[in-house]
Design a protein around this ligand. Sequence first.
Ligand SMILES: Nc1nc2c(c(=O)[nH]1)N[C@H]1C(S)=C(S)[C@@H](COP(=O)(O)O)O[C@H]1N2
Ligand SMILES: [Mo]
Length: 393
Amino acid sequence: MRNKLFCLLVLLPATILWYSCGNNGHQSKNTRESGLVTFPEKKEMILLTDRPPQLETPLKIFKEDFTPNEYFFVRWHLSLILTSINTDTFRLHIDGAVDQPLSLSLNDLKTKFTPDSVVALAICAGNSRSTFNPRVPGSQWHNGAMGNAKWKGVKLKDIMAMAGIKKGAIDVTFQGLDKGALPDVPLFIKSLTIDHALDGEVLVAYEMNGQPIPMLNGYPLKLVVPGWYATYWVGSLANINVLTDSFNGFWMKKAYQVPASGVDEKPDSLAKATVPITTINLHSIFVEPDTTQVVTANKPCMVEGLAFNDGSGIKKVELSIDGGSTWQETKLNPDLGKYSWRRWKYEWTPATKGLYHLRVRATDDKGHVQTDKQWNRSGYARGFIEQLDVTVH
Ligand SMILES: Nc1nc2c(c(=O)[nH]1)N[C@H]1C(S)=C(S)[C@@H](COP(=O)(O)O)O[C@H]1N2
Ligand SMILES: [Mo]
C-alpha cells in the first residue's frame, strides 16, 4: 500500500508544478488557500514547495484539539526523502559512546519497552515567517506549519538505558534516512545534550494520533522533543549516536540559529553572537473569524484561536477589540497536557458597524506576557501580539 502510494509521489511534482507558480507567500490568505494540493496520505494542503515537500495546514483545521494526520504540516529540507521502506529489515541504530550498540527493529521497539505517550505541539521554528516585517527569506509559512498530536512510542531514556551510556557523553545526534540531491548537501543531523536526551520526556515515536506516522511526516519513527521547536523532531529516524564531544554539524551550528540574547534583534544591528534555537516561544493566534467570514453588528461572533509555549503552562489568554487599549479574558478549553496547544474562545457581539482591530495575548504560568514587537533575520520563534482586522457589517 505504502509503496504504491509513493510511486505517485514521483509523478506528482510535474502535475502540481503549476500550482507553485506565484505561490510565493505574498498573497492574501484566500489566494494561498485556493491553490491546495494533495500528496499521498494527505488531504488538501497549502503547497510551499514540492521538492522537498513543504505543505502547510489550512487554518480551518485548527478548530480541533488534535490535528488529523492527513492535515498535519510537512517540512523536509533535503530532496531525497523516504518514499517507501521495508519494515522487516528497518533498524534503528544506537552507536557511539555506549556499552552495547543496538540495532532495534520496529517490533523490538513495540515489544521490548514500556510504551509512553504525550500530547505535544509540533511547530516549525519558521512558522508564521511570512508575517514578519520587514520580511525575511525562508519558507513563507503563514500560521499552519504546526500541529497538535498525541505521540506514542518509547522513551529515549529507556533506549539509552538499554545501550548503556559511557562516561564522558556530551551530545546525542539524531539522523533520518533523507538525503540531499547533491553529495555536498549536509545530512539532516540534529543533536540534544545528553541530559536532555535522558530527561524522560523525549520520545522515539512510532504512532501519531493512534495511527502509524504518515510517510511524509517521518514514518516509521520520529523523535518527539516536547516543548522544543520541530527542527529537533527528526523524522525517518534511523541513527542515534552518543558523542563525547559537542556536535558541530551544519543543522546545529549554521542553520536554526537565533541571537544569543533571545529571539529578537534589529534589521540594522544584527546580533553578533548566535546560538541554536531551543524551546517554543509563547504565542497566541486567531483561527476564527477568518477573512472569508462576514461579521454582523449586534450578532454574536465566536472569536477563537490557539495559545502555546514550551510547556510552562498557559495561565490566561486575553482579547482586545480596540487595538490593545482594553483587554478581556477569554475562555480556555480544557488543558490537554502541558506540551499541548490550548484553545481559547470568546463570544463577541460587536455593537456597531466598522473596522475593529482585534488583538490576542497569552500569559504563561510564570507570568510572562507576549511582547508587542519582535523580529529576527530568520523569522523564527514568532511570539508577539497578533492583530486581526475585522470589518463589521
Ligand atoms: N529527517 C528529517 N527530519 C526532520 C526534518 C528534515 O528535513 N529531515 N525537518 C525538521 C523540521 S525543520 C520540521 S519543522 C519538522 C517537520 O515535521 P513534519 O514534516 O512531520 O511536520 O521535521 C523536522 N525533522
Ligand atoms: Mo522547521
